[in-house]
Design a protein around this ligand. Structure first.
Ligand code: T5A
Length: 211
């Protein structure tokens, strides 16, 4: 596959979507053909699964059912959008991917990392990004950003307890430390432009000259 696959990971409000957009603009200015997509979602079927998973009024799912739904949404997304784009030489920027399942449903979420990765192998042929940017912003920064944007409205997973989100952050950090060849940890504090500067430095460092 000729294109590059970059994922952005981190907790709610870390700035993933903002940074995906800024990175896409910068890459396009360098002559790279880019698509920006997200998980759960990215295809009509996967967006339907997203609605089932995140509906704050929904009954909720067992950890096992939840992990299967994320894997099913991802399988469709990989088959219909991500692989075809990479095969055409496009760069794919994806807001969350399998590492979110490992961090949220794995560990504290109740499903083993080995099981999450097995489902990923079955559903998505184990596709892994060329580069994963883990954006880490402090609790006070993210709480303020989310309050300003969402008020009291959060989705079913985003609305879980603080301890759950702290465990997710630790789990992301552990995964990144164990897979240093794929991950770069990005300081998510400061202005969006400052974070973008750190991301561009990481992309050049890991993927070489662009364009
Ligand atoms: N989930 C997902 C799982 O449990 N398992 C999985 O496998 C997957 C794929 C998805 C939910 O599903 C869970 C995780 C999530 O709970 P989502 O809405 O797609 O939900 O994801 P969130 O991470 O919740 O999305 P957010 O939009 O809340 O976070 P982002 O994308 O990290 O943040 P962003 O860029 O939208 O920024 C948030 C706000 O802050 C501002 C932005 O303008 C925006 O208003 N902002 C900044 N403000 C000041 N300084 C900066 N540097 C800023 N950067 C952004």
């Amino acid at each position: 596959m000729a294109g590059k696959f970059i994922t952005l990971e981190g907790g709610e409000g870390a700035g993933k979507s903002t940074q995906a957009r800024l990175l896409a603009v910068a890459l396009e200015q360098m002559g790279v053909s880019v698509i920006v997509t997200r998980e759960p979602g990215g295809t009509s079927a996967a967006e339907a699964i997203r609605a089932l998973l995140l509906d704050p009024e929904g009954e909720g799912w067992s950890p096992e059912a939840e992990v299967l739904l994320f894997a099913a949404a991802r399988a469709d997304h990989v088959e219909r959008v991500i692989r075809p784009a990479l095969e055409k030489g496009k760069w794919v920027l994806c807001d969350r991917f399998v590492d979110s399942t490992r961090a949220y449903q794995g560990g504290e979420g109740g499903v083993s990392d080995a099981d999450v990765l097995s489902l990923h192998r079955i559903g998505s042929q184990g596709l892994l990004p060329d580069l994963t940017l883990l954006i880490e912003a402090g609790d006070s920064d993210t709480a303020e950003r989310l309050r300003a944007r969402d008020g009291d409205n959060s989705d079913r997973i985003g609305g879980r307890a603080k301890a759950f989100h702290e465990a997710v952050a630790r789990r992301f950090a552990d995964i990144a430390e164990n897979e240093p060849e794929r991950f770069v940890r990005i300081d998510g504090s400061g202005t969006p432009e400052e974070v973008h500067g750190r991301i561009m430095a990481a992309v050049h460092d890991r993927l070489g000259p662009v364009g």
